[in-house]
Design a protein around this ligand. Structure first.
Ligand SMILES: Cc1ncc(COP(=O)(O)O)c(C=O)c1O
Length: 232
């Protein structure tokens, strides 16, 4: 039996309610003669997006709740955590390409765009965005709109976010970008996918290089019927 009730849940109550139903259903189905050896409880446990949400329960508390609700059922339990494993294991690094003083608000334009990290555009999701180089302690921060270079209303990553002074060429990191980040990226506007770099201690390696424009364009195929019907 399989259940998955949602994602980025930061409270155990909905899980407990669902697993209690599963417990009842398992008993009912067994009573009808069905053999149930394994329960798949799905994923969904949320992660801290640093300052943007309450601290979610620890995996240990989640495990203890599963044991409490389902422990005496004599079943194998399988879980499918996604974000919990990958979310805070990845960052998206972007470079500042331009600073623009707008009417009443300033803009920090990055070389990353909504195609690289769609969560803010799609869900209004918050990602902490921090300078890679630590700012001078005590330096004044000022609010800026942090945006990508794609001309889309969905391209803002953050509005009026307090940031230290940054200049073109500086790097910033989007935190908690390891889940629903690269896997939801696209090559919209023929923007090659961001390379993926695996880091462990002092080691790093490019595990998915940035594709070249030729590689992107050469994926397309012209069907023979279109070639045959070309004007001489
Ligand atoms: C069936 C199923 N299992 C697991 C997951 C992973 O969810 P999460 O990343 O919230 O742990 C999903 C995501 O939607 C899902 O649909």
């Amino acid at each position: 039996m399989d259940v998955h009730i949602g994602s980025q849940l930061t409270d155990l109550a909905p899980f407990e309610a669902a697993f209690t139903r599963i417990r009842e259903l398992t008993r009912e189905l067994r009573g009808d003669g069905h053999v149930i050896r394994r329960l798949d409880l799905g994923g969904g446990l949320g992660i801290p997006y640093t300052h943007s949400n309450e601290t979610p329960p620890l995996p240990l508390e989640y495990g203890a709740m599963i044991r409490r609700v389902l422990g005496d059922l004599d079943v194998e339990v399988e879980i499918e955590p996604g974000r919990l494993i990958a979310g805070n294991a990845g960052i998206l690094v972007a470079q500042v390409i331009y600073l623009k003083a707008g009417e009443g608000r300033d803009f920090l334009i990055l070389d990353a765009a909504m195609n690289d990290l769609i969560r803010p555009a799609m869900y209004g999701a918050h990602h902490d965005i921090v300078p890679v180089r630590q700012p001078i302690p005590g330096v004044a921060q000022r609010p800026v709109d942090i945006v990508g270079p794609v001309c889309e209303s969905g391209d803002p990553f953050a509005r009026q976010r307090a940031m230290p002074p940054l200049a073109p060429g500086d790097l910033v990191a989007f935190r908690s970008a390891g889940a629903y980040g690269a896997v939801m990226a696209s090559e919209y506007n023929t923007r090659p996918l961001t390379p993926e770099i695996l880091v462990r201690g002092d080691h790093h390696a490019v595990i998915r290089p940035r594709p070249s424009f030729d590689e992107i364009i050469n994926r397309d195929r012209l069907p023979a019927w279109l070639l045959d019907s070309r004007e001489p």
